[in-house]
Write a protein that binds this ligand. Sequence first.
Ligand SMILES: O=C(O)[C@H](CS(=O)(=O)O)OP(=O)(O)O
Ligand SMILES: [Mg+2]
Length: 238
Amino acid sequence: MRLRVDLLPHGNYPDVVLVIDTLRATTTAVTYLERGAEALLLTRTPEVALGLKGDGFLLGGERGGLPIPGFDFGNSPVEAQSQNFTGKTVVMNTTNGTGASHVAAQSGKHIFLAALTNAHAAARRARAQATEEVAIVCAGTDERVSLEDVYTAGVLAEYLLSLGEFTIDDGARIALTVRRNSGNPLEALSSSLHGGRLNNLGLGEDVSYAAQLSTSTVVPTLVQGEDVPAGTLRFVAG
Ligand SMILES: O=C(O)[C@H](CS(=O)(=O)O)OP(=O)(O)O
Ligand SMILES: [Mg+2]
């Protein structure tokens, strides 16, 4: 079994993909499902999301860290945690995480969303489904490598290695090194460029929330081969 870590999304995934956007899209996605959402529709663009508005969907997303005009929510796990989404479908579009999921879905057989909050459950699901490779894909920020995603990749890689034999690539070696040398999750996320930016926007509580380790067993799972609105990917709790 191969374990691969892409520090940015590259594509060509043959098997299982774990998509990470710790700050904040995949952390928020886990929280929507934790709070009862029936499904998430991750859209290719904000326009696709806005086109679905009014069909009983709730829209969540951001640009520059702030809510998109016309959307119901931002991209905040703390905001999501304070709401009840029972029976609702949340349509999401964010700067990095939703795009990374679309790259993964172009080729991967099984796509899961991972964050620190569901790290161990996501790793277990990946190991159980994989037949040849687990690819951990860091969304990054604006096409640049981001510390918080690489740190989370290291947490996932560490746990996967405790579950069985893998041959690992240099991306995995880098992620494991970052994980072992960046302190605890809150220290790592707080020292990242994006963690600092969210703090400056008054969104520091989201950074603390995202730093919680394995508080959830919900693993957002792509439902393949289903009829979904064009430009969207449908994830449900797994
Ligand atoms: O909402 C976020 O934290 C980021 C916004 S950005 O990196 O400041 O543009 O989006 P995400 O897609 O969750 O990385
Ligand atoms: Mg991010």
